[in-house]
Design a protein around this ligand. Structure first.
Ligand SMILES: Nc1ncnc2c1ncn2[C@@H]1O[C@H](COP(=O)(O)OP(=O)(O)OP(=O)(O)O)[C@@H](O)[C@H]1O
Ligand SMILES: Nc1ccn([C@H]2C[C@H](O)[C@@H](COP(=O)(O)O)O2)c(=O)n1
Length: 656
């Protein structure tokens, strides 16, 4: 289950944003401020500020919360108090009551029990969610806005009934003051939270920004497509065709796939899960009882169903029974007519319209005929958020470097115990191993990789596969820690590894390991090597570490956080264009062929890593593009991440 923690001061937009995200993702929603308001309402009803008396009253009339984001409600006993808790009286008192330690302890238990009941995900908003209530939340957002913007929003919301913008601002800053300075669980940003300032953002833009983070971190469930059909109709062959490799077991014996096996697939930029089912029989016996039961479970779990029929055999009575089952689950269903190897087979297969599942999609899973069109049809039916949760929210870090630089020792130094086999023989670690490691105040998912000995195209045997697996680890990670042996000269292979990370567009931290072996002479030499060889990645932070003794290992967490923050950073369009305007005004692009290209505007096309597109009237030299990139870095600071700048030539707007 995914928890999104959204903290921030009053009026920054937490409730509106949280509800929007929860509705879009099909998740639950918890407004923890409403719980604090409800307990304040109770305190006011019993006219007491005494924590024991308040809690006794809560035991008599428990607080409950309906966490449907379309209709959130808070109850005291059986009374819906959702409106009453918004009164001026409650608003003025709530910060004082919520600073009482026993009140916080009582509501901490209540908040956690509500969160635990959520189904696939929950967006929880408040002041201490990322720091205290859910320190392991998959995504933490710290949402702020300038006090003037917050006051204006609240004033507009209440149609001036709160006494005007100045009075609202005064009330907000008094509450900010108490919430931020109370001794227990004050309002503060978690170290691993993403800060979003909504002052110049619309509500939709704020929601979009968070949605982008959820998608980029794969926290929104991937849609599941179940492949169903009688045994031996070619389901596994079709899946191998979809995933582009022979991974699903294919054999001529019916019913080879015994259970629901899942594969990740990508088509047209959409990622989804393909679920292989063992084959369904209407009157199963022996092992086919379990297989048929598991196919039925798949129908329940999947978002889209693909019903595969052997077109050469045609529809059997057995198929008709399965069609009745498919109809019952009322999910988008595609009819796949497999084994249509040519035009003649296709005309015969038109009879499959009679099945009553609409147009049959003719494919030859074995030869690939029609499989692209089928995937197009499937992706059109995929929901935005699906049922398969593939990520847990821990940041994924790949440790990479050439053999014997100390990757496993670093992992062990961070984990505080020996987890990987450390050996002085170069290349001891062969397989990437995922390890959840807690250090520097967060849990990280570390992938240790085999040492890279050669260029991928020169490696053979085990080295070749080690290189491929390291590349996969690099693709899956968010930040790569490139480890160098500081005691020996920086080698070509080190530089190749660094380039590999840069080209993969990942955040990067360079670790100079074995610092205990670096004397003054080596240090002087290393400085020169860094200047000479690492200038193309001067944006990467370098951390000096002695993994063997653990010296400076605590410096890695802040460096990782900074790099990943930069990697996911989005620059507001207005700031980007005022920067670009000033830059172009001071240093216009060079004249080419007697013409000066005009630079119109820029936009940030994406994050992870930040990608900028600059629109101009004509071709712009690569050196000027690099100049824009350099100045962009100076202005907006992106330590630890590559930044991509592309120039697009755009016809001048006729009306402009
Ligand atoms: N990014 C935004 N831009 C403009 N207006 C916004 C934005 N986000 C929210 N608003 C508006 O600001 C008002 C206050 O937002 P909201 O109630 O969500 O804040 P909040 O942080 O939850 O406050 P509180 O902690 O007091 O509950 C609402 O009217 C909302 O529609
Ligand atoms: N996690 C939380 C949530 C809320 N509070 C306190 C502080 C606020 O002033 C008050 C009301 O919250 P709002 O409705 O404005 O979100 O409740 C808290 O201390 N911790």
């Amino acid at each position: 289950m995914i928890v999104v923690a959204l903290d921030g001061p009053s009026g920054s937009g937490k409730s509106s944003t949280s509800k929007n995200i929860a509705i879009r993702a099909g998740w639950s929603y918890l407004d923890t401020g409403a719980l604090y308001r409800a307990i304040t309402f109770i305190a006011l009803s019993i006219k007491s500020d005494n924590a024991n008396e308040i809690i006794a009253a809560v035991i008599d009339a428990p607080i409950t919360f309906n966490s449907d984001p379309r209709d959130p409600k808070v109850f005291v006993g059986s009374t819906n108090v959702s409106e009453e808790i918004r009164s001026q009286e409650v608003t003025e008192k709530v910060s004082i009551i919520s600073a009482l330690p026993q009140v916080r302890a009582e509501l901490l238990t209540l908040q956690r029990s509500i969160i635990a009941k959520a189904d696939r995900g929950i967006v929880v908003e408040g002041r201490d969610i990322g720091t205290v209530v859910c320190p392991d939340a998959a995504l933490k957002i710290y949402l702020t806005a300038e006090i003037s913007a917050r006051a204006a929003r609240r004033d507009a919301e209440q149609d001036g009934a709160a006494g005007g913008v100045d009075a609202v601002a005064q009330s907000l800053s008094t509450r900010d003051e108490i919430d931020t300075n109370r001794t227990i669980s004050p309002l503060s940003m978690a170290t691993d939270a993403v800060h979003i300032d909504s002052t110049e953002l619309t509500l939709d833009e704020t929601v979009e920004r968070i949605w982008e983070l959820l998608s980029q971190r794969s926290l929104l469930g991937l849609p599941i497509v179940a492949i169903l059909g009688r045994p031996n109709v070619g389901k596994s062959t079709l899946i191998n065709r979809f995933i582009g490799r022979r991974e699903a077991i294919v054999e001529d014996t019916p019913g080879v796939t015994r259970d629901r096996v899942q594969y990740e697939c990508e088509w047209g930029g959409r990622r989804f899960i393909i679920m292989d089912t063992g084959g369904w029989e209407s009157k199963p016996d022996g092992i086919s009882v379990q297989v048929s039961a598991s196919a039925e479970l798949a129908m329940g779990e999947a978002d889209v169903l693909c019903f595969v029929v052997d077109a050469q055999v045609g529809a059997l009575d057995e198929d008709d029974v399965l069609v009745q089952e498919l109809r019952k689950v009322k999910k988008p269903t595609i009819l796949v007519a497999n084994k249509v190897d040519g035009d003649n087979d296709e005309s015969d297969a038109h009879a499959l319209w009679n099945i009553g599942l609409g147009e049959p999609h003719f494919v030859s899973a074995l030869h690939g005929r029609g499989s692209g069109d089928l995937l197009d049809s499937i992706t059109k039916l995929l929901p935005e958020v699906g049922a398969a949760q593939v990520q847990d929210g821990y940041r994924r870090i790949a440790l990479i470097g050439r053999p014997n630089v100390g990757k496993s020792s670093l992992l062990n130094a961070l984990a505080g115990e020996n987890r990987s086999i450390v050996d002085d023989v170069a290349g001891t670690t062969r397989d990437p191993v995922d390890e959840l490691i807690e250090f520097g105040g967060s849990i990280w998912r570390f992938v240790d990789t085999a040492g890279l000995k050669k260029r991928a195209n020169q490696a053979s045997g085990t080295d070749y596969y080690a290189t491929l697996r390291t590349q996969t680890a690099l693709e899956r990670c968010e930040c790569a820690v490139v480890i160098l042996d500081a005691s020996v000269p920086i080698s070509e292979q080190d530089l190749r590894v660094i380039t590999m990370v840069e080209e993969a567009g990942k955040a990067m931290v360079i670790v100079m390991n074995k610092w205990d072996l670096v004397d003054d002479d080596r240090r002087t030499q290393l400085d020169k090597e860094i200047e000479r060889h690492l200038d193309q990645v001067e944006w990467a932070q370098i951390v000096n570490v002695a993994a063997k003794t653990g010296w400076h290992r605590d410096r890695l967490a802040p460096a990782l956080r900074t790099a990943i923050d930069s990697w996911e950073r989005r620059v507001p369009t207005s700031k980007l264009n005022s920067f670009l305007g000033a830059l172009i005004g001071a240093t216009p692009p060079p004249v080419r062929g007697g013409k000066q290209p005009k630079v119109y505007y820029a936009t940030q096309a994406g994050i992870a890593p930040p990608k900028f597109v600059v629109f101009s009237s004509g071709w712009i030299e690569a050196s000027y593009r690099r100049f824009i990139e350099r100045r962009l870095r100076e202005e907006f600071k992106f330590p630890g991440t590559p930044v991509q700048v592309a120039i697009r030539v755009k016809e001048r707007d006729k009306e402009a």
